[in-house]
Design a protein around this ligand. Sequence first.
Ligand code: FMN
Length: 308
Amino acid sequence: MPKSTIKTDLTITIAGVEFATPVWTASGTAGVGEEIESWCDPKRLGAMVTKSVSLQPRPGHPYPRTVETTGGMLNAIGLQNKGIEAFITDELPRLRRMPTRVVVNIVGDDQDEYVQLAKRLSDEAGIDLLELNLSCPNVARGIDQGSDPMWVGECTAKVRAATRIPLIVKLTPNTNDIASLARAAADHGADAISAINTLVGMAVNHNTFKPRLANVTGGLSGPAIKPVALAAVYKIARAVKIPVIGIGGIMSGTDAAEFLLVGAQAVQVGTATFRHPDAAIRVAEELRDYMQEHQIARVGDLVGRLTL
Ligand SMILES: Cc1cc2nc3c(=O)[nH]c(=O)nc-3n(C[C@H](O)[C@H](O)[C@H](O)COP(=O)(O)O)c2cc1C
């Protein structure tokens, strides 16, 4: 017997902000929104998440900085961006006019830089949420500072005290206990957690005996990391009460549904955007089809529905 058509509702609310759909772009894969408007109707995006912006301009790493791998890609862009002042003058006015939610992703070399960035952006209208990219390696200490729960807690607390804009803390998977990073962020004032950023990886050209990336190592993303991301989101959602935003290898509506089932309230679409620039909108439409098929009216009703 054919299933009846039901009215589906994809809206979700995170930190008091309502989103048209739970499917957003992922930082670094849709720039600062300048191209996306020519490929799709931003009204149909849950949110535009911008490329990480730092205090000072960063030139990024030398080329080659991307390489395709089995089921994914490596990138070593090196957080290239024009710096916060140019972001505010050149990009923010256009972002404000985009008919979607705007999430600004920030990155610092140390805690003080995150605080300065948050303060600077607090004076500006049109930013719905801040996302802290805590996945960058600290050159001085030689480790990924975002993999230290104490550092994550301290940084979150300082930024929380510096701004009223709701905060998403984006976590690195390059750790042996992502749940404790999430707990540290939640205990120190984060409004939501997003996970995961890329996994450290490397590709070698066996003919030239050289690494394929000029930076030697890079960040792995795409379908190859989806199982890692699902497990991370599953663990985080059980460890904290704040919303979790799932990221990692989402290519389709059913991929997004899987993240919601393990406990994510929203998802971000990254690498898929390089195949289809309107991937985030396609994923949302496919998620709607999936909800029809399973007779689920509200997208929120999928969250955490995994049965063990
Ligand atoms: C080319 C590229 C650039 C990225 N740049 C950033 C960035 O600037 N800031 C950030 O937080 N994450 C960045 N990411 C990570 C993505 O936002 C996302 O967390 C990761 O790619 C996993 O999702 P995916 O498998 O859907 O791509 C970047 C990813 C790629 C592929």
